[in-house]
Ligand binder design. Structure first.
Ligand code: CO8
Length: 382
């Protein structure tokens, strides 16, 4: 059984299309005008509420988001549609999510200096899978020619960290040697582009990480590696971030595409509830390894809101965090659900020196919080 577990490679795939705040707001405001005109009499009678305008300035100030990548742009900015128009694929074709996942996975495998045949388990971990079965992970496993086993798991914002936890445990238990954790976050089909409170929040992306066990870092093919010192997970039920999308809608005789079936949240409440939870969670986790916040070189935090991340790292460090302390990727990527902290890790770890520590942490829907304490043990750095 390997004595230690390492992250030896990472990958990031982003769609070729992006939407700026201005583009999004223009489309929404045109839609709002047409909605208000169409429902003028109900609005005057107080039966319906007038749709207020969205604002690019509000979005950037409230969230730090300037732009987002989208898998398919067509349809989203059409005021008469307000959702992406993703062509239906046949059962013979690779699914959209498998295709996204494979692009990120290939990069991660290459980054770990491995080939697909070296992997023996695949986890697809994200907020939604586009079908219930067969598992997207098994489709990816077959497409990459990986032996062993694969499964899908959904934990919303914490899917990626919770899957890394499972990979760590599987390696420690000896049930797998090298695990590929992939996060194809196809969020745009679940976003309510007709709701100004949430239309700006999410973007599409796929991330991947290779987790492997070894006795010594010399046994790893990869040129760089982070040892996973430990894992910590926490959940506390809350209805404040919710999607009621369900296969049961058919039996409920309810509209499967109604607003409550799409992402919706009480953003303010989430902010207030989750920030203190995340601070306490991280403090107690790093304490296990006799580390204090000042000993952590990098914070790869969940990317939901810039003000949330500043609040959390400020409480931890007792000073204003820099981009080097806690990288923010929201401006370019927006909230990519569970992939956010992995994007931050992927883009911002190569410069770290040997022996330096970092914390990867997700927080959000559930509520759920998942963290990993990492130490750089192989590779070039400063
Ligand atoms: N333009 C202009 N004004 C707006 C807009 C807009 N687009 N949206 C809201 N406003 C208005 C509000 O109506 C409100 O007006 P009033 O004061 O008249 O009521 C005013 O602006 C202030 O609104 P808020 O108090 O809501 O503004 P906040 O400063 O709280 O910012 C945020 C809103 C950005 C949503 C913020 O609350 C936030 O980010 N909170 C944290 C939420 C969070 O972390 N959520 C986790 C997300 S879930 C997740 O990560 C994974 C889920 C699974 C994936 C789902 C994929 C689809």
């Amino acid at each position: 059984m390997p004595t230690s577990v390492f992250i030896s490679g990472s990958g990031l795939w982003k769609p070729e299309h992006s939407i700026s705040n201005d583009e999004l707001v223009n489309a929404y405001n045109t839609y709002a005008d047409s909605y208000n005109k169409q429902h003028e009499s109900e609005i005057t009678q107080g039966k319906l509420v007038e749709k207020a305008y969205s604002s690019a300035e509000f979005i950037e100030k409230a969230s730090g988001i300037k732009s987002r990548y989208v898998y398919v742009k067509e349809g989203i900015l059409d005021p008469s549609r307000m959702r992406p128009q993703i062509p239906l694929r046949s059962d013979e074709d690779l699914s959209d999510q498998a295709e996204m996942a494979i692009s990120a996975a290939k990069q991660a495998i290459k980054d770990a200096s491995l080939s697909a045949q070296d992997i023996d388990a695949v986890i697809i971990a994200c907020s939604y899978t586009q079908r219930a079965y067969p598992a997207i992970s098994i489709e990816v496993q077959a497409a990459l020619g990986i032996k062993g086993f694969a499964f899908d798991m959904l934990v919303a914002c914490s899917a990626a960290t919770f899957a890394l936890h499972r990979a760590y445990e599987m390696i420690k238990a000896g049930s797998a040697k090298r695990v590929l954790v992939i996060n194809p976050e196809l969020t745009s089909p679940q976003l309510n582009y007709c709701d100004r409170d949430s239309h700006f929040i999410f973007g599409d992306v796929a991330t991947a990480i290779v987790v492997e066990g070894a006795e010594h870092t010399d046994d790893l093919a990869s040129k760089q590696a982070f040892e996973i010192l430990g894992i910590k997970a926490e959940t506390d039920f809350s209805k404040n971030i919710r999607s009621n999308f369900s296969y049961v809608s058919r039996a409920n005789d309810s509209d499967p595409f109604a607003a409550d079936k799409l992402f919706h949240q009480e953003g303010r409440k989430v902010f207030k509830d989750v920030c203190p939870m995340a601070v306490e969670h991280i403090k107690s986790h790093i304490k296990r390894y006799n580390l204090l916040p000042a000993n952590i070189k990098r914070w790869w935090l969940h990317q939901a809101n810039i003000n949330m991340n500043i609040f959390i790292t400020r409480k931890l460090l007792e000073r204003v965090p820099s981009q080097e302390d806690a990288p923010i990727v929201l401006d370019e990527y927006a909230n990519t659900a569970s992939a956010g902290s992995i994007i931050a890790f992927h883009l911002h770890h190569k410069d770290m020196a040997m022996g330096e520590h970092g914390v990867l942490c997700s927080f959000g829907a559930g509520y759920s919080i998942g963290s990993l304490v990492l130490r750089k043990v192989k590779g070039e750095g400063r």
